[in-house]
Write a protein that binds this ligand. Structure first.
Ligand code: DHB
Length: 497
């Protein structure tokens, strides 16, 4: 123990502006959808850095349930509400999402605010944009450090932090999971006055992460090109951009050096078959749960091979080609041979993607780094990669070259650095960071906000790197998050067991 200048045994801690005050709370209650009241202590508006640039956003809230889980190590759910790469204030827990559910489970909840593309402060009569990349991520990393720094005072175990976010927030969660303790962020965090503590996390929950931004345009066009006939109606100019982008994707896929589950190299050549296995698994589970899947959206079903009534006598399970019992469906595992209730045998991906595009119109090319290519409107991503004056910017060589009409243009080194440190794919398996051991990744089966390649590559890279990954493409889900909380919280419980 260190004796401080004032002679008090605790002076060192008392003078620490990042020290958590266990006595400074209010009492709050939320009512869950089932009517249950959940009461908790609320510690709100805590600054997690000492050099505060934007006091609206650089705070966090901590919620400690009265009925703390009676388990040796209580996890902390750190939920970010970042959306659209915009700023997000520290919010209160909601009965409708994972924060309320976590409190009900007796877990501690932390909701940090963070700067983003639209956060500004006035300085000397000038408007300063505070949340340009990577500042939002740095804020969230500083919040993790705050929890670690105060692990002895805050209930819950800072070695069991689960980050959770949706969309751009899912991207932030994936970055928190991938970049723990990485030197690339250390200087910035020090300048911000973040706590001098580790910032790796135990688990990352990522709903529809809008990430791998500098490859997302090519991944989008490579996948969705097939829908250009009829559903998408691109202009000749857009088709040209789409074709150029799509042509870049195979090299990118091959450069990732990913492997499928059985160790086969995953390449542009076998990628579509690989992707189809995830979509088929999704449809398969939906059928098991009693969903009807129309014939028109590309799936083929068991009875297509064996006739409408299936094979074998009634009451006997159909058999697959290799003789194993086929999976059974429906209540009581009774085999059903209705038109759409058997198991999925194949998928016409073009047909399925056209269906996805018919539900929500696709983005136009380039889907993300769009500014100055065909239209001048900046995307959320152009804004977050902008500068402190609020000028949006390109973040790929491809779009920069088109905007400048200069085939040799490339991002300046500082922009290339900012783009690189905002991409979790650069860190998984790199040896330059402490990557979370546990990952829960979801991307809805009818979510077209980014290409299916983005979550599939993220999950595959993590699996290849030996992480514990629960990845699924839930049937009929649009771009959304914090759904199927029973499933999520069963996974959390299994992960901390
Ligand atoms: C979000 C959605 C997008 O389509 C996008 O490009 C960026 C962010 C979002 O919902 O956070």
């Amino acid at each position: 123990m260190i004796l401080g200048a004032a002679g008090s045994l605790y002076a060192a801690a008392d003078n620490d502006p990042l020290r958590f005050d266990p006595d400074n709370f209010t009492r709050q209650t939320i009512t869950m959808p089932d009517g249950q009241n959940i009461s908790f202590k609320a510690y709100e508006g805590i600054f997690y850095v000492t050099n505060i640039q934007d006091s609206t956003y650089q705070t966090l809230n901590i919620y400690v349930p009265d009925n703390l889980a009676q388990i040796p190590r209580v996890p902390i759910l750190m939920r970010t509400y970042v959306g659209g790469y915009a700023a997000s204030t520290a919010k209160s827990p909601s009965p409708a999402d994972a924060t309320g559910r976590a409190l009900k489970q007796g877990y501690v909840v932390c909701i940090p605010g963070s700067r983003g593309s639209n956060s500004t402060v006035s300085k000397d009569g000038k408007t300063i944009y505070t949340g340009i990349a990577p500042n939002g991520l740095l804020d969230l990393k500083a919040a993790v450090r705050y929890l670690r720094h105060n692990d002895d005072l805050i209930p819950g175990d800072a070695e069991l932090i689960f980050t959770d976010g949706t969309s751009a927030g899912g991207a932030m969660s994936s970055l928190l999971g991938a970049t723990g303790n990485c030197n690339d962020y250390a200087d910035d965090l020090r300048k911000m006055g973040a706590a001098d503590a580790r910032d790796d996390v135990f688990a990352a929950i990522c709903y529809c992460p809008i990430t791998d931004l500098n490859h997302a345009d090519m991944e989008y066009e490579w996948l969705y090109r097939c829908t250009d006939n009829g559903v998408r109606n691109l202009s000749p100019e857009q088709i040209k951009i789409s074709d150029e982008l799509a042509a870049l994707c195979p090299d990118y896929i091959n450069s990732l050096c990913l492997r499928t589950e059985d160790g086969t190299p995953l390449t542009a050549g076998n990628y579509i078959e690989y992707l189809k296995t995830f979509l088929i698994a999704s449809a398969h589970k939906a059928l098991q749960e009693g969903c009807e899947i129309p014939d028109s959206i590309g799936f083929t079903f068991y009875q297509d091979k064996f006739g409408p009534m299936g094979a074998g006598p009634v009451g006997q399970r159909p058999r697959t080609d290799d003789g194993r019992n086929a999976p059974s469906f429906g209540p009581g595992n009774m085999p059903r041979f209705n038109k759409t209730s058997d198991f999925v045998t194949g998928l016409d991906l073009d047909k399925y993607l056209s269906y996805v595009a018919s539900v929500t119109p696709l983005k136009t090319p380039p889907a993300f780094d769009q500014m100055g290519v065909i239209i001048n409107t900046p995307s959320p991503e152009n804004k977050v990669f902008g500068n402190e004056n609020g000028d949006p910017a390109n973040f790929t060589d491809f779009s920069l070259r088109h905007r400048l009409h200069d085939p040799d243009a490339s991002l300046d080194p500082e922009m290339a650095r900012r783009v690189a440190i905002m991409n979790p794919m650069n860190y998984i398996g790199s040896g330059h960071s402490d990557v979370a051991q546990n990952w829960y990744i979801r991307h809805g089966a009818k979510d077209r906000d980014t290409s299916f390649l983005v979550p599939v590559n993220l999950a595959t890279k993590l699996i290849n790197d030996g992480k514990n990954v629960d990845f699924f493409i839930p049937w009929n889900r649009p771009h959304s998050g914090d759904y199927n909380l029973d499933d999520l919280f069963a996974w959390i419980a299994a992960t901390i067991r």
